[in-house]
Design a protein around this ligand. Structure first.
Ligand code: PLP
Length: 403
C-alpha cells in the first residue's frame, strides 16, 4: 500500500495556503510538523464537549477527561511498544523529558556521562548542568566520515565511572540513525544504562523500546504531527522508580504532612501540577492518525523524498552536503558555496519554500563539521516529489543571485 498524497495533504489545512504569492512548500519539519484535522478536532472537541481537570474528580466530566488523558498514555505505550502505560511520563517537551532524567539521577564529582558530538542542545545542556553543579565529566562520542555515530569508539569511552549514555536515536541535522540495539548491548555489557533522544527517530521510523531495551527514551509531540506543549519520557519501571522527582506540587504526591512528604508512584511522580491535558489528547490523536496512514508506506515515501533531494544536491558541484549515511532519515543539511545559509533560506522563502538555516541547536556538531551554520531541508510524509524539485529549482536561483 502506498500513500494517497492528495488525500493525505487535504487533511492538513495549512498546506493549501500561499506564502509570498506562491504555494507553500514546507520543508522545516524537523523543527516542527504541521497538524492534521484529526489533531485539531480532537483538541477542540475536548474543549467543546468534555473538559475538566484530571485525576481528582467525582463528576462525569472529570472522569471522561481522565479517561481520555490516560487513553493517550496507553496509545503512546503501544506506539513505542512499552510494556505498560505506567512506563510513560507526559512532559511538556522532549527537552523536559531529558531534564527529568538529568535532574533525577545520582551523580557525584568525577562520574561520567557519554554523549555524541551530534546531540541536540536539549540532550547536552542538562548534562552540562551536572558538570557545572556536581562535577560530572562529559565524554564525547565522535562521528565518522559518513556523518553517523562512530560505534567502534564507544567501548573505550565507557569506564567504571560512566553513569549513563545519552545519545540521539536520529540526528536532527545529519539525519543519521544510531544503532540503538547495538549501543544498548555494549552499554549493558558494562552495566551502564542508556537514554535515547528519539525526537526525530519516532517520526521517521519504527521505535520499539522493548526490542532495543533502552532504559529511557525521550520524544516530543510537535514533530510527530501533534501539538506543542507535550513530550514523552519512557522509562523502565525500576529506572523511573530510582529517579528523584523533578518538580514538586499536586498530583505527584502520596502523603503531604508538615514534617514529611511521600511521593506518588511513577509516572505520576513526574507529573506535578495540572498536566498538559489537551496536548496529551492531541498527541494521542496524532499517533492514531499517523498509524492509520501506514508506517511502511510513510517510510517508503520519505526514503524516496530523501533520495530525490540527495541526488539533486549531489549533482550541484557548489553544494556541500552534511550527512551521507545511506539509511539516513529524510533530513538534508547542506551549504551553498559562497553563500550564507541565512541568505539562502531567505531567498527560498520568497519562493514559498520554507527551510531552516542556523546551528540547529547543535553547536558542538557545527564545530565538529567546521562550520557555524548550515541550511537544512527536512521532509514529512505530506511532502511531494514535485516539492523536492521546486526546492532544488529555488536553490539554483538562490545560488545565481548570491554567487
Ligand atoms: C526537537 C528536538 C529536541 C527538543 O524537543 P522539544 O520538544 O522541542 O523540546 C531534542 N532532540 C532532538 C533530536 C530534536 O530534534
Amino acid at each position: 500500500m502506498s500513500l494517497n498524497l492528495p488525500t493525505l495533504r487535504a487533511q492538513f489545512p495549512v498546506l493549501s495556503r500561499q506564502v509570498h504569492g506562491r504555494p507553500l512548500v514546507y520543508l522545516d519539519n524537523a523543527a516542527s510538523a504541521q497538524k492534521p484535522e484529526a489533531v485539531i478536532e480532537a483538541m477542540t472537541n475536548a474543549m467543546r464537549r468534555s473538559y475538566a481537570n484530571v485525576h481528582r474528580g467525582l463528576h462525569a466530566l472529570a472522569n471522561e477527561t481522565t479517561q481520555a488523558y490516560e487513553d493517550a498514555r496507553a496509545a503512546v505505550a503501544r506506539f513505542i511498544n512499552a510494556p505498560a502505560p505506567e512506563n510513560i511520563v507526559f512532559t511538556k517537551s522532549g527537552t523536559q523529558a531529558v531534564n527529568i532524567v538529568a535532574n533525577g539521577i545520582e551523580v557525584e564529582a568525577g562520574d561520567e556521562i557519554v554523549l555524541s558530538v551530534m546531540e541536540h542542545h536539549s540532550n547536552i545542556v542538562p548534562w552540562h548542568f551536572l558538570r557545572e553543579r556536581k562535577g560530572a565529566v562529559l565524554k564525547w562520542l565522535d562521528i565518522n566520515d559518513e556523518g553517523a555515530i562512530d560505534l567502534g569508539a564507544l567501548d573505550a569511552l565507557i569506564g567504571p565511572r560512566t553513569k549513563l549514555l545519552a545519545l540521539t536515536h536520529m540526528s536532527n541535522v545529519l539525519g543519521a540513525r544510531t544503532p540503538a540495539a547495538e549501543i544498548v548491548r555494549i552499554a549493558h555489557g558494562k552495566g551502564v544504562p542508556v537514554l535515547l533522544d528519539g525526537c526525530q527517530a519516532v517520526v521517521h521510523g519504527r521505535v520499539d523500546v522493548a526490542a532495543f531495551d533502552a532504559d529511557f527514551y525521550a520524544f516530543t509531540g510537535h514533530k510527530l504531527y501533534g501539538p506543542t506543549g507535550i513530550g514523552v519520557l519512557y522509562g523502565k519501571r525500576e529506572r523511573l522508580a530510582a529517579l528523584k522527582p523533578f518538580e514538586g506540587g499536586g498530583e505527584m504526591i502520596d502523603i503531604v504532612e508538615q514534617g514529611r512528604v511521600l511521593y506518588n508512584e511513577p509516572p505520576h511522580r513526574f507529573e506535578a501540577g495540572t498536566p498538559p491535558i489537551l496536548e496529551a489528547i492531541g498527541l494521542g490523536a496524532a499517533i492514531a492518525w499517523f498509524e492509520a496512514q501506514g508506517r511502511a508506506a510513510i517510510e517508503a515515501h520519505e526514503a524516496a523524498l530523501r533520495d530525490r533531494a540527495m541526488q539533486g544536491l549531489r549533482e550541484l558541484n557548489w553544494v556541500r552536503l552534511f550527512g551521507e549515511a545511506p539509511d539516513k532519515g529524510a533530513i538534508v543539511a547542506f551549504n551553498a558555496e559562497g553563500a550564507h545559509p541565512h541568505d539562502v533560506a531567505q531567498i527560498l522563502d520568497r519562493q514559498g519554500v520554507a527551510i531552516r538555516a542556523g546551528h540547529h541547536c547543535a553547536q558542538p556538531l557545527m564545530a565538529r563539521l567546521g562550520v557555524t551554520a548550515t541550511a537544512r531541508a527536512s521532509f514529512a510524509c505530506y511532502n511531494t516529489l514535485e516539492e523536492v524539485d521546486v526546492f532544488l529549482a529555488a536553490l539554483h536561483k538562490a545560488h545565481k543571485m548570491l554567487s
